[in-house]
Design a protein around this ligand. Structure first.
Ligand SMILES: [Zn+2]
Ligand SMILES: [Zn+2]
Length: 293
């Protein structure tokens, strides 16, 4: 069997196109060009270079290996803006040391060195602004992956809406309130758009029920074969049977219209993955579940 992490799969949702690759141990990256962002950077095809925001779930090589490459290829190809790399706060110091070590390794002259712009995030329900997109927000949530610092991320559509109490006022009066009387006539609205869960046991998903309010959820589903459920939990990953059980339990609390399964074990061929999914995804979830293969 041969997987090629540079060969990207494209998957359309109702509002955006997801482009990426995700096979456990090889590489995971999911680009969302419309939102100018990429989740994880286990490989860095040229299509990733224009993306200004990168969200790193954890430090395993299959997710993090090309973080510095993304930064250096952007410089090499003349992209002048600094990409921003969001990552678990505990990883910021070691990421800086890694960038230094790479520069040492390549004998980069001190005057030519540039450290990527790292932004450490803590799990929080309060969304924060993205560096280059004022119409988006992000919040991080803690997932469970072999005791590593590991985060999932939710991206929100952000806008300001007129407060209900002012809805019937004419524009002239609204302008007067806002400009002359200093009244705040709008409120913030954050709509959860995409959640990316990174590597996690199903417990990490159970503990974060808010992710199922996102229109799209990208979840890992490393283990597919019946009988491997306890191995999945032991290795810090999710088994399709546990994920399906969780989704069924959620019932009407499952608001997501698309659930993307990813990070399949490399021991399975794409044909086997399709077969396992067909056997284990129940009828009522078939419309919503898509596979990143
Ligand atoms: Zn992984
Ligand atoms: Zn991992």
């Amino acid at each position: 069997m041969s997987y090629n992490a540079l060969r990207q799969v494209s998957l359309e949702t109702s509002k955006e196109n997801l482009v990426g690759f995700s096979v456990s141990g090889l590489a995971t990256y999911v680009q969302v060009p419309e939102l100018d962002l990429c989740f994880d950077m286990g490989e860095c095809p040229l299509s990733a270079l224009p993306l200004d925001h990168v969200f790193l779930s954890h430090a395993h090589g299959d997710h993090a290996r090309c973080l510095m490459r993304h930064h250096s290829l952007r410089r090499m190809t003349g992209i002048e803006t600094e990409a921003v790399y969001y990552l678990p706060a505990e990883l910021v110091e070691s990421a800086r040391r890694l960038a230094d070590a790479e520069a040492d390794f390549e004998r980069v002259e001190p005057s030519c060195r540039s450290t990527p712009s790292f932004v450490g995030l803590e799990p929080s329900e309060t969304p924060v602004e993205l560096a280059y997109r004022r119409d988006l927000r992000v919040s991080a949530f803690r997932v469970h992956h072999r005791r590593l610092p590991a985060l999932g991320y939710t991206i929100y559509d952000y806008k300001r809406k007129l407060k209900e109490e002012f809805a019937n006022l004419p524009g002239r009066e609204l302008a007067d309130l806002r400009l002359n009387k200093g009244v705040e006539i709008t409120r913030e609205v954050c709509e959860p758009r995409i959640s990316f869960c990174g590597d996690t046991t199903v417990k990490g998903l159970i503990n974060n029920p808010a992710i199922w309010n996102s229109r799209v959820v990208i979840a890992e589903c490393t283990f597919l074969a019946p009988g491997e459920e306890s191995m999945a939990r032991k290795k810090g990953h999710t088994h399709i049977a546990d994920l399906v059980a969780l989704l069924r339990e959620l019932g009407s609390d499952l608001k997501s219209e698309t659930i993307v399964l990813s990070h399949f074990s490399m021991k399975h061929t794409p044909a086997q993955i399709l077969r396992f999914a067909a056997e284990q995804v129940p009828e009522e979830l078939r419309d919503r579940i898509k596979l990143l293969i």
